[in-house]
Design a protein around this ligand. Sequence first.
Ligand SMILES: *Cc1c(COP(=O)(O)O)cnc(C)c1O
Length: 369
Amino acid sequence: MSDIGARVARLVRPEVRALSAYHVQDASGLVKLDAMENPYSWPEDLRQEWLERLRDVPINRYPDPGAHALHQCLREHLRLPAAAGLLLGNGSDELIQMVLMAVARQGASVVAPVPTFVMYELIARTLGMEFAGVPLADDFSIDLPAMHEAIRVKRPAVVFLAYPNNPTGNLFDAQAMESILQAAPGLVIVDEAYHAFALQSFMDRLARYDNLLVLRTLSKQGLAGLRLGMLCGDPAWIAELDKLRLPYNINILTQVSVEFALTHAQVFDAQTARIRTDREQLSGALGKLPGVRVWPSAANFLLFRTGRTAKAVFEGLRRRGVLIKNLAAAGGVLSECLRVTVGTPEENRLFLDALSQTLESSDSSVQPG
Ligand SMILES: *Cc1c(COP(=O)(O)O)cnc(C)c1O
């Protein structure tokens, strides 16, 4: 045996070795309600039209490095003010990475209320940055005094505010967010990944705060497989961040398919409206199950807790063919919590049936300790 282990350890940065790779659960054969995907596909005639469009795409050529046509189309879709800049990423994850790469230097830190989207911390740590999480209050609102204290002490390069927050599903108080924007010495990224389900936005505040960047994605709206994220803000920021963008980061199939999809935006709007309605239905039905508490949500998922351990419920559901997300490992306000994505009415029914059976069965009778 060579001492490859020692060699790797010598070369790879300790903060990278300390990480565990982002884990994606195997969903084969299961009703997949774990990843906030839109459960609907396109009507057949639209699929045909799309495939026709793809037929002539020159995949032997590099794509337009600036994705100009797509930019134009997205600016309209986002109703972006003419004065605002736009940066596209291979998913919003890549944009989070670009922002942090631009500011990562000795002593630079990231602050966010927690629990929140895990990639903020994961990417900050890969870049050797400190991540300071400020625990949310018990009702999942921002603990504003604690947040201001963290901003005063850490002087963070970046503050992340997910609006609505994942995994708690709530919209933070807009005034509290504005006070953070006013106090933050660095950037404040308002991550609107669930905008289609919340219909609230900080986009119109871009003109007022030059340290605000608004992050969007098409993933939760139905195009997760295409990977397209959008970062909006003052062109002075965007110009610097654009230097970190790898050329051709938006592949040609994504450029063409998103442009096509946006010319049929009404299809997505109908799907997301449907999901918003079904969210309320699912929430009502979930809350009626014995011992279940479900929190209000402005996103396409629901956070809930039962009288059983999250682990027992998660495994009981999986045995019955339904995959959701167990959040218990996060602890704190998420103790024994689970998260379910709003699916089709049929998927939601399968989930509710599997959950009722799980809660009734003796194999999951473990009480939370
Ligand atoms: C899902 C999610 C993202 C990631 O979106 P991609 O564009 O698919 O990378 C970003 N932020 C939040 C809060 C999310 O929940």
